[in-house]
Design a protein around this ligand. Structure first.
Ligand code: NAD
Length: 420
Protein backbone atom coordinates (compact mmCIF):
# COMPACT_ATOMS: atom_id res chain seq x y z
CA UNK A 1 0.00 0.00 0.00
CA UNK A 2 1.40 3.45 -0.86
CA UNK A 3 0.83 5.89 1.95
CA UNK A 4 1.33 9.39 3.34
CA UNK A 5 3.16 7.89 6.33
CA UNK A 6 6.90 8.28 5.79
CA UNK A 7 10.06 9.29 7.64
CA UNK A 8 12.54 7.56 9.92
CA UNK A 9 10.30 7.25 12.99
CA UNK A 10 7.43 5.77 10.99
CA UNK A 11 9.91 3.37 9.31
CA UNK A 12 10.94 2.22 12.79
CA UNK A 13 7.35 1.47 13.81
CA UNK A 14 6.75 -0.27 10.46
CA UNK A 15 9.88 -2.41 10.68
CA UNK A 16 9.17 -3.41 14.32
CA UNK A 17 5.61 -4.33 13.37
CA UNK A 18 6.70 -6.51 10.46
CA UNK A 19 9.26 -8.40 12.51
CA UNK A 20 6.59 -9.15 15.15
CA UNK A 21 4.06 -10.02 12.42
CA UNK A 22 6.64 -12.46 10.99
CA UNK A 23 7.03 -14.00 14.45
CA UNK A 24 3.23 -14.24 14.91
CA UNK A 25 2.88 -15.53 11.32
CA UNK A 26 0.27 -12.89 10.48
CA UNK A 27 -0.58 -13.30 6.76
CA UNK A 28 0.65 -10.50 4.46
CA UNK A 29 -2.94 -9.69 3.45
CA UNK A 30 -3.89 -8.74 7.04
CA UNK A 31 -0.88 -6.59 7.87
CA UNK A 32 -1.78 -3.24 6.26
CA UNK A 33 -5.05 -3.18 8.14
CA UNK A 34 -3.25 -3.69 11.44
CA UNK A 35 -0.44 -1.24 10.75
CA UNK A 36 -1.94 1.78 8.97
CA UNK A 37 -3.94 4.31 10.98
CA UNK A 38 -7.71 4.45 10.75
CA UNK A 39 -7.68 8.25 10.51
CA UNK A 40 -5.17 11.08 10.21
CA UNK A 41 -6.25 14.68 10.66
CA UNK A 42 -4.06 17.59 9.53
CA UNK A 43 -4.93 21.14 10.54
CA UNK A 44 -3.62 24.67 10.21
CA UNK A 45 -3.51 26.51 13.53
CA UNK A 46 -3.43 30.30 13.13
CA UNK A 47 -2.70 32.44 16.21
CA UNK A 48 -1.90 36.08 16.90
CA UNK A 49 1.67 36.45 18.15
CA UNK A 50 2.76 38.96 20.80
CA UNK A 51 4.51 41.08 18.14
CA UNK A 52 1.18 41.72 16.39
CA UNK A 53 1.85 39.34 13.49
CA UNK A 54 -0.21 36.25 12.73
CA UNK A 55 1.54 32.87 12.57
CA UNK A 56 0.16 29.59 11.23
CA UNK A 57 1.33 26.29 12.73
CA UNK A 58 0.81 22.80 11.35
CA UNK A 59 -1.04 20.36 13.63
CA UNK A 60 -1.92 16.66 13.47
CA UNK A 61 -3.92 13.95 15.18
CA UNK A 62 -3.64 10.30 14.19
CA UNK A 63 -6.15 7.70 15.45
CA UNK A 64 -4.70 4.26 14.86
CA UNK A 65 -7.60 1.87 15.47
CA UNK A 66 -11.07 1.90 17.03
CA UNK A 67 -11.35 -1.84 17.58
CA UNK A 68 -11.09 -1.97 21.39
CA UNK A 69 -12.68 1.35 22.38
CA UNK A 70 -11.86 5.05 21.98
CA UNK A 71 -8.36 6.06 20.94
CA UNK A 72 -6.00 7.46 23.53
CA UNK A 73 -2.70 9.27 23.28
CA UNK A 74 -0.58 12.30 23.99
CA UNK A 75 -0.16 15.62 22.24
CA UNK A 76 3.36 16.69 21.41
CA UNK A 77 4.46 20.27 20.77
CA UNK A 78 7.94 19.96 19.22
CA UNK A 79 9.87 21.11 16.12
CA UNK A 80 10.24 17.50 14.88
CA UNK A 81 6.51 16.78 14.76
CA UNK A 82 5.25 15.54 11.38
CA UNK A 83 2.66 13.05 10.20
CA UNK A 84 5.19 10.19 10.14
CA UNK A 85 6.35 10.76 13.73
CA UNK A 86 2.81 11.22 15.05
CA UNK A 87 1.54 8.08 13.32
CA UNK A 88 4.45 5.99 14.65
CA UNK A 89 3.68 7.21 18.17
CA UNK A 90 -0.03 6.39 17.66
CA UNK A 91 0.85 2.86 16.52
CA UNK A 92 3.11 2.32 19.55
CA UNK A 93 0.27 3.53 21.78
CA UNK A 94 -1.97 0.80 20.36
CA UNK A 95 0.43 -2.00 21.27
CA UNK A 96 1.07 -0.35 24.66
CA UNK A 97 -2.62 -0.08 25.59
CA UNK A 98 -3.27 -3.66 24.46
CA UNK A 99 -0.31 -4.95 26.49
CA UNK A 100 -1.51 -3.11 29.61
CA UNK A 101 -5.06 -4.42 29.08
CA UNK A 102 -6.66 -0.98 28.58
CA UNK A 103 -9.83 -0.60 26.46
CA UNK A 104 -8.24 1.78 23.95
CA UNK A 105 -6.73 2.04 20.51
CA UNK A 106 -3.68 4.26 20.13
CA UNK A 107 -3.65 7.89 19.05
CA UNK A 108 -1.17 10.73 19.02
CA UNK A 109 -1.23 14.38 18.03
CA UNK A 110 0.99 17.35 17.89
CA UNK A 111 1.99 20.72 16.56
CA UNK A 112 5.25 21.50 14.79
CA UNK A 113 6.58 24.23 17.07
CA UNK A 114 9.45 25.00 19.40
CA UNK A 115 7.53 25.77 22.61
CA UNK A 116 10.58 27.43 24.13
CA UNK A 117 10.09 30.31 21.68
CA UNK A 118 6.47 30.97 22.73
CA UNK A 119 5.24 33.28 25.49
CA UNK A 120 2.65 31.87 27.90
CA UNK A 121 -0.08 33.79 26.09
CA UNK A 122 1.02 32.42 22.71
CA UNK A 123 1.12 28.88 24.14
CA UNK A 124 -2.42 29.28 25.46
CA UNK A 125 -3.65 30.57 22.08
CA UNK A 126 -1.97 27.68 20.27
CA UNK A 127 -3.38 25.10 22.69
CA UNK A 128 -6.92 26.44 22.57
CA UNK A 129 -6.94 26.82 18.79
CA UNK A 130 -5.50 23.30 18.30
CA UNK A 131 -8.31 21.81 20.41
CA UNK A 132 -10.90 24.03 18.72
CA UNK A 133 -9.87 22.61 15.31
CA UNK A 134 -9.99 19.05 16.69
CA UNK A 135 -13.47 19.28 18.26
CA UNK A 136 -15.24 17.49 15.34
CA UNK A 137 -12.84 14.55 15.58
CA UNK A 138 -12.45 13.87 19.32
CA UNK A 139 -14.74 13.06 22.26
CA UNK A 140 -14.72 11.15 25.58
CA UNK A 141 -15.81 7.98 23.73
CA UNK A 142 -13.99 8.74 20.46
CA UNK A 143 -10.48 10.01 21.18
CA UNK A 144 -9.02 11.19 24.50
CA UNK A 145 -5.86 13.37 24.51
CA UNK A 146 -3.08 13.55 27.11
CA UNK A 147 0.26 15.38 27.55
CA UNK A 148 3.52 14.47 25.83
CA UNK A 149 6.72 16.34 25.07
CA UNK A 150 6.24 20.10 25.15
CA UNK A 151 2.75 19.95 26.72
CA UNK A 152 1.77 19.72 30.37
CA UNK A 153 -1.10 19.89 32.87
CA UNK A 154 -1.79 23.54 32.04
CA UNK A 155 -2.11 22.77 28.31
CA UNK A 156 -4.51 19.92 29.17
CA UNK A 157 -6.60 22.33 31.27
CA UNK A 158 -6.82 24.72 28.28
CA UNK A 159 -7.82 21.79 26.01
CA UNK A 160 -10.52 20.70 28.46
CA UNK A 161 -11.82 24.23 28.91
CA UNK A 162 -11.99 24.90 25.16
CA UNK A 163 -13.88 21.64 24.48
CA UNK A 164 -16.17 22.23 27.48
CA UNK A 165 -17.10 25.78 26.46
CA UNK A 166 -18.07 24.46 23.03
CA UNK A 167 -20.31 21.80 24.64
CA UNK A 168 -21.79 24.30 27.11
CA UNK A 169 -20.84 22.18 30.13
CA UNK A 170 -17.71 20.91 31.85
CA UNK A 171 -16.45 17.74 30.15
CA UNK A 172 -13.53 16.61 32.33
CA UNK A 173 -13.25 13.25 30.57
CA UNK A 174 -12.20 14.77 27.21
CA UNK A 175 -8.49 14.83 28.17
CA UNK A 176 -6.29 13.27 30.85
CA UNK A 177 -3.19 14.60 32.55
CA UNK A 178 -5.16 17.64 33.80
CA UNK A 179 -4.40 19.44 37.06
CA UNK A 180 -6.14 17.81 40.07
CA UNK A 181 -7.99 21.13 40.52
CA UNK A 182 -9.64 20.65 37.09
CA UNK A 183 -10.75 17.02 37.23
CA UNK A 184 -7.30 15.43 37.07
CA UNK A 185 -6.34 12.46 39.17
CA UNK A 186 -3.93 12.23 42.05
CA UNK A 187 -0.77 10.50 40.86
CA UNK A 188 -0.96 11.29 37.12
CA UNK A 189 1.83 13.89 37.19
CA UNK A 190 4.39 11.39 38.46
CA UNK A 191 2.81 8.22 36.96
CA UNK A 192 5.10 7.66 33.98
CA UNK A 193 8.38 8.24 35.86
CA UNK A 194 7.14 6.29 38.88
CA UNK A 195 6.15 3.41 36.60
CA UNK A 196 9.58 3.47 34.93
CA UNK A 197 11.25 3.26 38.36
CA UNK A 198 8.89 0.49 39.52
CA UNK A 199 9.76 -1.67 36.50
CA UNK A 200 13.46 -0.98 37.04
CA UNK A 201 13.11 -2.28 40.62
CA UNK A 202 11.31 -5.40 39.34
CA UNK A 203 14.15 -5.93 36.83
CA UNK A 204 16.81 -5.44 39.51
CA UNK A 205 15.05 -8.12 41.58
CA UNK A 206 15.15 -10.56 38.64
CA UNK A 207 18.83 -9.83 38.14
CA UNK A 208 19.44 -10.11 41.89
CA UNK A 209 20.97 -6.64 42.05
CA UNK A 210 20.44 -4.26 44.97
CA UNK A 211 19.06 -0.77 44.29
CA UNK A 212 21.40 0.68 46.92
CA UNK A 213 24.47 -0.64 45.04
CA UNK A 214 23.24 0.57 41.62
CA UNK A 215 24.00 3.63 39.52
CA UNK A 216 21.79 5.27 36.90
CA UNK A 217 22.15 7.65 33.97
CA UNK A 218 19.06 9.51 32.73
CA UNK A 219 18.76 11.34 29.41
CA UNK A 220 15.92 13.89 29.53
CA UNK A 221 14.82 15.72 32.66
CA UNK A 222 11.22 16.63 31.86
CA UNK A 223 8.12 15.02 33.32
CA UNK A 224 9.24 11.42 32.81
CA UNK A 225 12.99 11.73 33.45
CA UNK A 226 12.70 13.89 36.58
CA UNK A 227 10.07 11.73 38.33
CA UNK A 228 12.00 8.56 37.45
CA UNK A 229 15.14 10.18 38.92
CA UNK A 230 13.31 11.20 42.12
CA UNK A 231 11.94 7.68 42.72
CA UNK A 232 15.19 5.89 41.84
CA UNK A 233 17.16 8.19 44.17
CA UNK A 234 14.53 7.82 46.91
CA UNK A 235 15.07 4.07 46.89
CA UNK A 236 18.85 4.33 47.05
CA UNK A 237 19.99 4.32 43.41
CA UNK A 238 22.89 6.72 42.80
CA UNK A 239 22.13 9.03 39.84
CA UNK A 240 25.49 9.70 38.20
CA UNK A 241 24.48 11.33 34.90
CA UNK A 242 21.59 13.50 33.70
CA UNK A 243 20.98 15.57 30.59
CA UNK A 244 18.33 17.73 29.00
CA UNK A 245 18.35 19.74 25.77
CA UNK A 246 20.39 22.51 27.41
CA UNK A 247 22.84 20.74 29.67
CA UNK A 248 24.59 17.45 30.45
CA UNK A 249 25.88 16.71 33.97
CA UNK A 250 27.97 13.82 35.22
CA UNK A 251 29.47 12.92 38.60
CA UNK A 252 30.45 9.38 39.46
CA UNK A 253 30.02 10.22 43.17
CA UNK A 254 26.33 10.98 42.55
CA UNK A 255 24.29 14.05 41.57
CA UNK A 256 21.90 15.92 43.87
CA UNK A 257 18.54 15.06 42.29
CA UNK A 258 16.43 17.33 44.50
CA UNK A 259 18.66 20.33 43.75
CA UNK A 260 18.38 19.61 40.00
CA UNK A 261 14.59 19.29 40.24
CA UNK A 262 14.37 22.63 42.08
CA UNK A 263 16.65 24.29 39.53
CA UNK A 264 14.65 22.92 36.57
CA UNK A 265 11.36 24.00 38.19
CA UNK A 266 12.67 27.55 38.70
CA UNK A 267 14.45 27.95 35.35
CA UNK A 268 12.56 25.65 32.98
CA UNK A 269 15.66 23.51 32.31
CA UNK A 270 19.01 22.39 33.75
CA UNK A 271 20.84 25.26 32.01
CA UNK A 272 23.19 26.96 34.47
CA UNK A 273 22.95 24.26 37.17
CA UNK A 274 26.70 23.62 37.24
CA UNK A 275 29.78 24.26 35.11
CA UNK A 276 32.08 21.90 37.07
CA UNK A 277 29.85 18.90 36.40
CA UNK A 278 29.37 19.65 32.67
CA UNK A 279 29.88 16.60 30.45
CA UNK A 280 29.92 15.78 26.72
CA UNK A 281 26.30 14.78 25.90
CA UNK A 282 27.42 12.56 23.00
CA UNK A 283 29.28 10.34 25.52
CA UNK A 284 26.61 10.19 28.24
CA UNK A 285 24.73 7.07 27.11
CA UNK A 286 27.86 4.93 26.80
CA UNK A 287 29.24 5.63 30.28
CA UNK A 288 29.40 2.60 32.59
CA UNK A 289 26.31 2.36 34.83
CA UNK A 290 23.82 -0.25 36.02
CA UNK A 291 20.67 1.46 34.74
CA UNK A 292 20.41 3.56 31.59
CA UNK A 293 17.20 5.55 31.12
CA UNK A 294 16.67 7.36 27.80
CA UNK A 295 13.72 9.65 28.69
CA UNK A 296 13.84 12.29 25.95
CA UNK A 297 13.43 11.68 22.21
CA UNK A 298 13.37 8.87 19.62
CA UNK A 299 16.28 7.15 17.91
CA UNK A 300 19.06 8.11 20.35
CA UNK A 301 20.45 4.55 20.45
CA UNK A 302 21.63 3.41 17.03
CA UNK A 303 23.65 0.27 16.22
CA UNK A 304 26.98 1.97 16.99
CA UNK A 305 25.85 3.21 20.41
CA UNK A 306 24.13 -0.12 21.17
CA UNK A 307 27.46 -1.88 20.68
CA UNK A 308 29.11 0.50 23.17
CA UNK A 309 26.43 0.51 25.88
CA UNK A 310 27.89 -0.37 29.27
CA UNK A 311 24.75 -0.86 31.36
CA UNK A 312 22.96 -3.84 32.89
CA UNK A 313 19.40 -2.52 32.40
CA UNK A 314 18.16 -0.37 29.50
CA UNK A 315 14.89 1.18 30.65
CA UNK A 316 13.23 2.80 27.62
CA UNK A 317 11.28 5.61 29.25
CA UNK A 318 11.04 7.57 25.99
CA UNK A 319 9.03 6.28 23.05
CA UNK A 320 11.18 4.71 20.35
CA UNK A 321 14.67 5.50 21.71
CA UNK A 322 16.20 2.38 20.09
CA UNK A 323 16.43 1.90 16.31
CA UNK A 324 15.72 -1.52 14.74
CA UNK A 325 19.45 -1.75 13.80
CA UNK A 326 20.35 -1.18 17.47
CA UNK A 327 17.81 -3.85 18.40
CA UNK A 328 19.75 -6.39 16.36
CA UNK A 329 22.86 -5.55 18.39
CA UNK A 330 20.94 -5.69 21.67
CA UNK A 331 19.46 -9.06 20.69
CA UNK A 332 23.03 -10.36 20.40
CA UNK A 333 23.80 -8.86 23.81
CA UNK A 334 20.69 -10.29 25.51
CA UNK A 335 22.59 -11.95 28.32
CA UNK A 336 24.43 -8.68 29.15
CA UNK A 337 21.68 -6.04 28.80
CA UNK A 338 18.15 -6.46 30.18
CA UNK A 339 15.86 -4.28 28.01
CA UNK A 340 12.59 -2.92 29.40
CA UNK A 341 10.94 -2.06 26.06
CA UNK A 342 9.23 1.33 25.71
CA UNK A 343 5.67 0.02 25.33
CA UNK A 344 6.05 -1.62 28.73
CA UNK A 345 8.49 0.78 30.42
CA UNK A 346 6.55 4.03 30.03
CA UNK A 347 3.04 2.55 30.18
CA UNK A 348 2.48 3.98 33.69
CA UNK A 349 1.42 7.24 32.04
CA UNK A 350 -1.43 5.83 30.00
CA UNK A 351 -2.45 3.47 32.82
CA UNK A 352 -3.05 6.38 35.21
CA UNK A 353 -4.60 8.37 32.36
CA UNK A 354 -7.06 5.48 32.05
CA UNK A 355 -7.76 5.75 35.81
CA UNK A 356 -8.32 9.50 35.37
CA UNK A 357 -10.80 8.91 32.53
CA UNK A 358 -12.68 6.28 34.58
CA UNK A 359 -12.87 8.63 37.58
CA UNK A 360 -14.05 11.55 35.43
CA UNK A 361 -16.76 9.43 33.78
CA UNK A 362 -17.99 8.26 37.19
CA UNK A 363 -17.31 11.55 39.03
CA UNK A 364 -15.94 9.37 41.82
CA UNK A 365 -12.37 10.18 42.79
CA UNK A 366 -9.80 7.84 44.32
CA UNK A 367 -7.17 8.46 46.95
CA UNK A 368 -3.58 8.66 45.68
CA UNK A 369 -2.64 5.45 47.50
CA UNK A 370 -5.31 3.57 45.56
CA UNK A 371 -4.12 5.07 42.25
CA UNK A 372 -0.51 4.04 42.88
CA UNK A 373 -1.41 0.55 44.12
CA UNK A 374 -3.60 -0.10 41.07
CA UNK A 375 -0.85 1.28 38.81
CA UNK A 376 1.71 -1.10 40.27
CA UNK A 377 -0.75 -4.00 39.93
CA UNK A 378 -1.24 -3.42 36.18
CA UNK A 379 2.49 -2.86 35.61
CA UNK A 380 3.39 -6.05 37.48
CA UNK A 381 0.86 -7.98 35.45
CA UNK A 382 2.22 -6.70 32.12
CA UNK A 383 5.82 -7.26 33.25
CA UNK A 384 5.06 -10.84 34.30
CA UNK A 385 3.28 -11.62 31.00
CA UNK A 386 6.23 -10.26 29.01
CA UNK A 387 8.72 -12.30 31.05
CA UNK A 388 6.61 -15.45 30.65
CA UNK A 389 6.47 -14.95 26.89
CA UNK A 390 10.25 -14.32 26.74
CA UNK A 391 10.88 -17.60 28.51
CA UNK A 392 8.24 -19.63 26.68
CA UNK A 393 9.35 -18.61 23.17
CA UNK A 394 12.98 -17.68 23.87
CA UNK A 395 12.57 -14.26 22.24
CA UNK A 396 13.86 -10.73 22.99
CA UNK A 397 11.88 -8.60 25.43
CA UNK A 398 10.63 -6.19 22.76
CA UNK A 399 9.38 -9.00 20.56
CA UNK A 400 7.52 -10.51 23.52
CA UNK A 401 5.92 -7.21 24.59
CA UNK A 402 4.88 -6.34 21.04
CA UNK A 403 3.65 -9.85 20.31
CA UNK A 404 1.20 -9.63 23.24
CA UNK A 405 -0.06 -6.21 22.10
CA UNK A 406 -0.28 -6.93 18.36
CA UNK A 407 -1.89 -10.32 18.93
CA UNK A 408 -4.64 -8.81 21.07
CA UNK A 409 -5.53 -6.18 18.43
CA UNK A 410 -5.33 -8.76 15.58
CA UNK A 411 -7.70 -11.14 17.39
CA UNK A 412 -10.20 -8.36 18.16
CA UNK A 413 -10.16 -7.25 14.51
CA UNK A 414 -10.65 -10.83 13.34
CA UNK A 415 -13.74 -11.30 15.52
CA UNK A 416 -15.32 -7.88 14.85
CA UNK A 417 -14.97 -7.67 11.07
CA UNK A 418 -13.75 -4.98 8.71
CA UNK A 419 -15.25 -1.77 10.14
CA UNK A 420 -13.34 -0.77 13.28
P1 NAD B 1 9.03 16.75 28.53
O1 NAD B 1 8.78 17.75 27.47
O2 NAD B 1 8.44 16.97 29.89
O3 NAD B 1 10.61 16.54 28.72
C1 NAD B 1 11.46 16.18 27.69
C2 NAD B 1 12.87 16.28 28.20
O4 NAD B 1 13.78 15.82 27.21
C3 NAD B 1 13.30 17.72 28.54
O5 NAD B 1 14.09 17.69 29.72
C4 NAD B 1 14.14 18.11 27.33
O6 NAD B 1 15.09 19.11 27.65
C5 NAD B 1 14.82 16.79 27.06
N1 NAD B 1 15.41 16.67 25.74
C6 NAD B 1 14.88 16.99 24.54
N2 NAD B 1 15.76 16.72 23.56
C7 NAD B 1 16.86 16.22 24.17
C8 NAD B 1 18.10 15.72 23.71
N3 NAD B 1 18.39 15.72 22.41
N4 NAD B 1 19.00 15.27 24.63
C9 NAD B 1 18.72 15.28 25.94
N5 NAD B 1 17.54 15.71 26.43
C10 NAD B 1 16.64 16.18 25.55
O7 NAD B 1 8.56 15.34 27.92
P2 NAD B 1 8.14 14.03 28.70
O8 NAD B 1 6.69 14.06 28.87
O9 NAD B 1 9.04 13.84 29.87
O10 NAD B 1 8.45 12.92 27.57
C11 NAD B 1 9.72 12.34 27.42
C12 NAD B 1 9.57 11.05 26.62
O11 NAD B 1 8.69 10.17 27.32
C13 NAD B 1 8.96 11.21 25.23
O12 NAD B 1 9.49 10.23 24.37
C14 NAD B 1 7.48 10.91 25.47
O13 NAD B 1 6.83 10.48 24.28
C15 NAD B 1 7.61 9.80 26.47
N6 NAD B 1 6.40 9.56 27.29
C16 NAD B 1 5.87 10.54 28.05
C17 NAD B 1 4.77 10.26 28.85
C18 NAD B 1 4.17 11.28 29.78
O14 NAD B 1 3.28 10.91 30.56
N7 NAD B 1 4.60 12.52 29.79
C19 NAD B 1 4.18 8.99 28.82
C20 NAD B 1 4.76 8.00 28.03
C21 NAD B 1 5.88 8.30 27.27
Amino acid sequence: MSSIYTGPVFEMARSQFHSVADFLEIPEGQRDRLLYPKRAITISVPINMDNGEMAVFQGYRVQHHLTLGPTKGGTRFAPTVDIGEVSALAIWMSWKCALAGLPYGGAKGGVTVDVHTLSRRELESLSRRYMQEMIPFVGPHVDVMAPDMGTNEQVMAWFMDTYSMYQGRTVNEIVTGKPVSSGGTEGRREATGLGVAHLIFRSLERLQLAAADSTAIIQGFGNVGSFAAIELARQGVKIIGVSDHTSCLFDRRGLDVNAMVDHAARNGSLRGFSTELAFDPSQLLVQPCDILVPAAVERVIDAEIAAKLDCRILAEAANGPTTPEADEVLNQRRSEIFVIPDILCNSGGVIVSYFEWVQDLQQLFWHKTEVIERLKGLLDNAFMRVMERVEKDNIPHRTAAMAIGVDKVAKAKATRGLFP
